[in-house]
Design a protein. Sequence first.
Length: 322
Amino acid sequence: MHRAALIMSLVLGLSGCVSQSLFPTSGPLEETQLSGKGEAKVLIVDISGLLLSSRPTGVIDRLLDRPSLPTRFKEELTKAADDPDVKAVVLRINSPGGTVTASDILHHEVLVFKKKRPIPIIASIMDLGTSGGYYVAVAGDRIVAHPSSITGSIGVIMVSLNAAGLLEKVGIEAIAVTSGPNKDMGSPFRAMTEEERAIFQSVIDSLYDRFLQAVQEGRPRLSKEEVKRLADGRIYSAAQAKQLGLVDEIGYLDDAIELAKREAGLADARVVMYHRSSGYHPNIYSQWPRGETGWPVLKLDPVSLTTLLGGGSPAFMYLWLP
């Protein structure tokens, strides 16, 4: 009987006879207390998965009308800026990085927030805080790395496809009519020329300099020469990163929260997160390790790689891409 009623509800919903959606739509942010007591709050902001500017495209994401990561991130920081009880923020990071622009937006929004609310911001790196993930972390005041964290991979990568050999095998020829010799540079339908490679390299060098500047500003104890020496793209363990000055402390998320409280001069504080309706947040690891799609995205699967490449176009990324 229950199964028949469920099937009937689904049929009516899909046929349009019922106006109420079977899936909850995105609503305003709500606050959930995870632990602690008192009026003061320490806010946890989650940054996990690939850092992309586009909205998540999964079926469930579209049904739930989930916003892009930069949209959600800015919304949470704006809400926190308007709440005088928020005395510190912990950025809970678990990301291999992502596109240059998405990483830069998140970094920028942290800096904007710090101007509005000069309160402690602690970056807590979990499994991964590499490349774009680290780029966001250096915008905070202090960085705490989980004992088993992997960080570093400071640099830029551009990935492009060359399907010319495959097309030749199946007898397909791509023809591009352009206004100039470099208009179709990076095309997946032919090999890259040396001139095109040099042009791409010049762009990558510019974006790399921007990364170095962000690290130097966020890690003022490191000289420009030290930052460049460390920024050859390699990854570091938490212990190595601390020894080199890339992170401040090694500890768990609880330790990052306690550091945030100490930096804010708080003896007691409520630890809170923002979420949308229907979310379940029992403790400080809530929504962990889920990305904007709601599913774990700690490695690049073929679908994710296709998304980053934008259907074959070259993509500039602050990303650890082993």
